[in-house]
Ligand binder design. Structure first.
Ligand SMILES: [Zn+2]
Length: 148
């Protein structure tokens, strides 16, 4: 048995932050709101990058510790799992970068499909969301139909 079980998959959710408090009559996606989401995304990205670093150095350490071929086989299994996790993390980092770009272009927070406001609470739960709840639900139904 590998002594370190591979880590669970990366959550598609962000790290801790203080929920945004809207003022009365505040404009959607004003500068303050954009800053708020930008900092959530930046923190999230930093944590992911630290995680990728940790995985890499962990793999290097472990590889050096198992000169026995039998041990190496189980190590390789663990490594491929970690590589998949890392791949997911890298994709997520790319998605976060794209989202930060959207904020900078003042294009963030609106549904890609129908153009409605996605909403602050939904974005806080899923900062990389590009669809409103309705369009997301519809997309998921379609995905299931295609997948059989
Ligand atoms: Zn929509």
């Amino acid at each position: 048995m590998p002594k370190n079980a591979a880590k669970e998959s990366v959550m598609d959710g962000s790290t801790s932050f203080t929920p945004y408090k809207e003022k009365k009559g505040e404009e959607y996606m004003n500068e303050q709101q954009r800053d708020h989401f930008k900092s959530i995304l930046m923190n999230w990205k930093r944590e992911l990058m630290e995680e990728v670093d940790r995985t890499m150095s962990h793999m290097k350490d472990e590889a050096a510790n198992f000169p026995d071929p039998a041990d190496r086989a189980s190590q390789e299994e663990e490594f491929s799992l970690e590589l998949r996790t890392r791949d997911r993390e890298r994709k997520l980092i790319k998605k976060i970068d794209k989202t930060i770009e959207l904020i900078e272009q003042d294009d963030y927070g609106y549904c890609e499909t129908c153009g409605v406001e996605i909403g602050i609470r939904r974005l806080e739960a899923r900062p990389t969301a590009t669809l409103c709840v309705d369009c997301k639900t519809l997309a998921e139904i379609k995905e299931k139909q295609i997948g059989g």
